[in-house]
Each structure stands twice: as structure tokens, then as C-alpha cells.
Design a binder for this molecule. Structure first.
Ligand SMILES: [Zn+2]
Ligand SMILES: [Zn+2]
Length: 189
């Protein structure tokens, strides 16, 4: 049984608020006075999704494992994976507005900037939901997602060593931090 350390409302807020944000970003694109090509908009979304996977890797490896406050909170998650410890929505939404939405509007214009932000937000929502699934859904050997669950369990056991990606290990392979389950003593840098 999970212990509620913050509040269940805070923990689950992502799953209710961010789908509405995604709808708002589509509406912003449709109602924008600047014309846009739907195909290019989809390219912007895909670019945002891809950028999210790198952000997910860097945030987890650099911030959650090294920066005070975040590291303490994340250590609690490593120690008690089923506790409802997550990123507060005021924090994730502020970062999305300041570091993603406003710069991408400025760089790419409102329609494509909204598309890029849609991709980043959808990536974050996928990560948030995927991480919940990893720790709260029962997956035994033979389950189609069992291998994926094991990859993250390895990260929980070996902390700073690797498997920082949650939705994908792509960047762990790029940066040489993918962990091999069969050789627990072999450390990779
Ligand atoms: Zn975890
Ligand atoms: Zn971690």
C-alpha cells in the first residue's frame, strides 16, 4: 500500500491538468493569427517529443541525482518507490512555460512553438504516467512490459550508475550509461 507523503491530489494532478494543457496548445495553434502548415506542426510536435527524451535523461541524471533538495526528494523515491513522490505541478508547469513555451514561441512563432511545447508536454506526461505504471502496476516475468520494468528496477538498485532514461534508454546508450542486468559487478562510466 502506498503511503501518501505529499498529497494524492498533487501526485495525480499531472494526469488531469496536462491533457487539458495539450488541448489548450492545439486551440492556441488553431486560433493563432499566424498561418501554419499542419505537416510542419506535426514535425514540431515530433521534435518536442524527441527533445523531451533528452530533457528526461539530463534532468534525472544531473538534477535529481546531484542537486540538493531534488536529490533528497529523489533519494526518498529510490528508497520507497511506491510512495506518491512526484514533481509538484507548479514546478513542472512553471519550467514548461519559462524554459519551453516562451522561448519556442519566440524562436519558431506561436503555431510551431505551440507544437514543440505540445511535444515536450506530451513527453513529460508520458514519462510521468510511465513512471507511475513502472512502480504501481503488477508485472511478473512473461508480462510484455516486464523487461522495461526491470530496466528501471536496475536503476533503483544501482542509483548513480545508469538507466537514467525512463521512457527510453536511447540516451543511456548514447552516453554509455545503459546497465546490463547479467553483470552486476561491471561498472560503466
Ligand atoms: Zn523510479
Ligand atoms: Zn534515480
Amino acid at each position: 500500500m502506498a503511503t501518501i507523503t505529499r498529497s494524492a491530489v498533487g501526485y495525480y494532478a499531472d494526469f488531469f491538468v496536462y491533457p487539458l494543457v495539450l488541448i489548450a496548445l492545439v486551440m492556441t495553434t488553431i486560433l493563432s493569427t499566424s498561418a501554419s502548415d499542419p505537416l510542419l506542426w506535426i514535425v514540431a510536435v515530433l521534435a518536442g517529443l524527441f527533445a523531451w527524451t533528452l530533457a528526461e535523461y539530463i534532468i534525472h541524471r544531473v538534477i535529481l541525482h546531484n542537486v540538493v533538495y531534488f536529490r533528497d526528494l529523489h533519494d526518498q523515491h529510490h528508497a520507497s518507490p511506491t510512495e506518491l513522490i512526484g514533481t509538484p505541478i507548479w514546478m513542472s508547469s512553471s519550467i514548461l512555460i519559462v524554459a519551453v513555451l516562451l522561448p519556442s514561441w519566440w524562436l519558431f512563432g506561436v503555431p510551431y512553438g505551440s507544437g514543440f511545447t505540445f511535444g515536450m508536454t506530451a513527453g513529460y506526461l508520458t514519462y510521468s504516467f510511465a513512471h507511475h505504471v513502472l512502480h504501481h502496476w503488477r508485472m511478473l516475468p512473461g508480462h510484455p512490459l516486464y523487461g522495461w520494468k526491470r530496466q528501471h528496477a536496475l536503476h533503483h538498485f544501482r542509483h548513480d550508475e545508469g538507466n537514467f532514461g525512463v521512457t527510453t534508454l536511447f540516451w543511456d546508450h548514447v552516453f554509455g550509461t545503459a546497465l546490463k542486468a547479467q553483470k552486476p559487478s561491471q561498472r560503466q562510466s
